[in-house]
Design a binder for this molecule. Structure first.
Ligand SMILES: [Zn+2]
Length: 226
């Protein structure tokens, strides 16, 4: 992570502000946005640790401030409850751990400014594009599985690893090359199984990201959170 931050640092002039690491007020009062609900209110088994509300992320900065809860559209929160139930039935010792949920557009702009013009810009949605990020609507969630001690299962890469090994479209090839172990591969498949069963769609380039609807349907059903 340090290497990546140094790389970003070299390519942008945002280091002094981006890596200051100071906490701040949440840019948007999520609790006042109609339609959004705290996922834990419907799915109490889901653990939450918002990575962008800490300084241990690729920005090196807490961009969520006092937002510590996982807020999603009610439909998506209900789907999370279904996924948690499915996981409990299959593996009672495991739980879902949410890393990122709704992401206000104001935060999307901060992230975009850091990666713009770098190879990592493919991993962050341009806030000025037609859809932006599905996170901006509260219809996407980043998550992993944790054991009974709260320890994240080994998925072969960490969350926000910017490389092919994190991409589901390449994981079979990495498994065949023995660069992903069968346990790492199975852990990813288990996460995908319970999320897809609940109605979420995976994406080809991040094992941790799931959408509650297609981009077109998301735009029709929901509004971006400013
Ligand atoms: Zn995501």
């Amino acid at each position: 992570m340090v290497k990546f931050m140094t790389f970003i640092c070299a390519l942008t002039l945002t280091c002094s502000t981006a890596f200051a690491g100071e906490s701040q007020k949440s840019p948007t009062d999520i609790t006042k946005i109609p339609g959004l609900v705290d996922v834990v209110s419907l799915a109490p088994d889901v653990k939450v640790e918002l990575i962008y509300s800490t300084t241990d992320n690729f920005l090196g900065k807490d961009v969520y401030g006092d937002l510590e809860q996982c807020y999603l559209q009610k439909d998506a929160a209900k789907m999370m409850a279904k996924a948690a139930q499915a996981l409990k039935a299959l593996k009672p010792d495991l739980k879902l751990l949410a890393y990122d949920c709704v992401r206000p557009v104001s935060v999307q702009r901060v992230m975009w400014d850091v990666v713009k013009g770098t190879p990592q810009q493919n991993y962050v949605a341009n806030p000025n594009s037609k859809t932006g990020s599905i996170h901006n609507y509260g219809c996407a969630v980043d998550l992993t599985l944790v054991d009974k001690d709260g320890k994240a299962l080994d998925m072969g890469t960490k969350f926000d690893f910017f490389g092919k090994k994190a991409q589901p479209r390449h994981e079979l090839a990495f498994f065949r090359k023995k660069e992903l172990t069968s346990q790492q591969y199975v852990n990813r498949l288990l996460l995908r199984l319970v999320m897809v069963q609940a109605g979420f769609s995976p994406i080809p380039n991040e094992w941790w990201h799931f959408n509650c609807a297609s981009p077109k349907k998301t735009r029709q059903l929901y509004k971006k959170v400013p």
